[in-house]
Ligand binder design. Structure first.
Ligand code: NAD
Length: 478
């Protein structure tokens, strides 16, 4: 179903994010028939070029970042026909009057701030000064949203000076993933899970976001951030919130975000012994984190594992273990719900009974896997075996199910529809920083150094110990 007609201005429309994600995503929505024929995308950035120059750049981006099977030459050309470009200086007045003439007033207006956060204030103010934005225009902002609570508050204030909260879409692309939304469907549209979704029946939860790549050329940038700021405070925190939140009364933006905020506020402070930080060492092919960061003294972590407790009735006593890192053994993201053992087994001790596990995979192949225990087939007596009830979308839903839209595509369409459910609210982001700030300050005060770990492994040994000492183990990284 096509969305309403729109003008989407991409500030930073020539940048890496625009070329890799935003524009290819829009093309795929166009191909799917969701982008109306009179909708327009307007690139606005520093480089001097005309519409044709921009179209040539986007044609290349589509060739590079859209799968061959989806590149239909006539569709690509039709899509390019809906693109425009205007050079703009965020820090000065150049180009703004031209943009004001270009943007239509009678369609949905969205402004994607695909530029560094230092330009947010300039863009927000000039959109009003040049009478481009109206009270229903939407702005989309990217991570990182601040580096601590104070800077996030300052950014929120800068945006709030020009736009109302209902106009601000803070992207966390993890929330755009199909499985993440499916987590909510599974929890709240089935009678099966929700009654068991608490500390009485769930032993613990694991959330893993593992990457095989290192920081490479982004070392200088990453060194100011680290896994805590770059991954935990936003992506893993959002996944934790959706897993742990109470049922909202409606699937409606503020109802969902209110419940997520309550979870963040119920997080206990994390003691130093419940956190393991690491930095990858070098191997034959690649340099170490320290070499990538170009700072021989760097204490920034490229890996973190932590045990997080939530102080509320639902979760008291059921820890959430989070881990994320670079240059690990496998690229894999998943949320694992580890249920408790049955209270009393009626079968022989060595029958092989295992507790249930629900694994929600975000990548590589999105899907869910529920492990249940059954009798091993055959005449060998009552032997138990756990088997997967596997719900890989591709298999369950046929080819249509396999065609899962990229997170960015879905989120941009939500912006046009005016649906903020999958975007972070300002108070959520500030609360998340309020929880992470003291942890980071603790490291700085004590001068804590991350442990070195071998690339291609599961991270530092101590991360394994974090669970072993509680009689638990991480799911295999594969
Ligand atoms: P980039 O450096 O590749 O592109 C920056 C863009 O901003 C360019 O189009 C440039 O022309 C424009 N720009 C810079 N200064 C300007 C000015 N004064 N006036 C007008 N335009 C100006 O950056 P990027 O990687 O595309 O990232 C953009 C934003 O998205 C950043 O905030 C980044 O943190 C965030 N982000 C990027 C990625 C990614 O994968 N690249 C992922 C997540 C978040």
């Amino acid at each position: 179903i096509p969305v309403e007609s729109f003008d989407l201005v991409i500030f930073g429309g020539t940048g890496d994010l625009a070329r890799r994600k935003i524009l290819p995503g829009l093309y795929r929505r166009f191909l799917a028939g969701q982008m109306p024929e009179d909708a327009r995308v307007i690139g606005a950035a520093r480089s001097d070029m005309d519409d044709d120059g921009y179209r040539a750049m986007v044609r290349e981006a589509i060739e590079e970042f859209v799968s061959e099977q989806k590149r239909k030459p006539d569709v690509v050309e039709a899509f390019l026909g809906q693109l425009h470009y205007t050079a703009i200086d965020a820090k000065g007045e150049g180009g703004w009057d031209k943009l004001a003439k270009l943007v239509r007033k009678d369609v949905v207006q969205a402004f994607y701030f695909s530029v560094g956060p230092s330009l947010f204030g300039d863009l927000a103010t000039r959109l009003h000064k040049h009478k481009i934005a109206n009270p229903e225009s939407r702005i989309v902002v990217e991570k990182p949203f601040g580096r601590d609570q104070d800077s996030a508050k300052a950014l929120n204030a800068v945006l709030a000076a020009s736009f109302d909260e209902h106009q601000i879409y803070r992207i966390d692309h993890y929330l755009g993933k199909e499985t993440v939304q499916n987590l909510m469907a599974v929890r709240f549209a089935n009678m099966l899970f929700e009654p068991l979704w608490n500390a009485q029946y769930i032993d613990h939860v694991q959330i893993t976001v593992a990457e095989t790549v290192g920081v490479g050329g982004r070392g200088g940038y990453y060194d100011k951030s680290g896994a805590m700021r770059d991954m935990i405070q936003n992506h893993l925190m959002q996944l934790l919130c959706l897993t742990a939140m109470e049922p909202p009364s409606q699937f409606e933006p503020d109802a969902v975000r209110d419940e997520k905020l309550k979870v963040i506020r119920a997080l206990d402070p994390v003691a130093a012994e419940n956190i393991v930080r690491g930095q990858y060492a070098a191997d034959e092919d690649q340099a170490s984190y320290i070499e990538h960061s170009e700072n021989p003294e760097s204490k920034t972590e490229s890996f973190i594992a932590m045990k997080v407790d939530i102080s509320n009735w639902r979760w008291k006593g059921t820890p959430f273990y989070l881990r994320t890192g670079k240059r690990l053994k496998a690229r894999m993201s998943e949320i694992v719900i580890q249920f408790k053992e049955v209270p009393h087994s009626i079968f022989e001790e060595d029958a092989g009974s295992k507790a249930n596990v629900l694994a929600i995979r975000l990548q590589p192949d999105e899907g869910m896997d529920l492990r249940v225990t059954i009798k091993e087939p055959g005449p060998g007596g009552m032997r138990l075996v756990d088997v997967p009830l596997d719900m890989t979308f591709a298999e369950a839903l046929g080819p249509e199910g396999a065609d899962v839209p990229d997170a960015y595509e879905r989120l941009i369409m939500d912006v046009i529809r005016g649906n903020q459910t999958l975007f972070m609210r300002g108070d959520e982001v500030e609360a998340a920083w309020a929880w992470t700030d003291p942890i980071i300050e603790g490291w700085q005060k004590r001068g804590d150094k991350p442990a070195q770990y071998e690339p291609g492994t599961t991270g530092p040994e101590d991360a394994l110990m974090l669970l072993h000492r509680d009689g638990r183990r991480w799911r295999e990284l594969k």
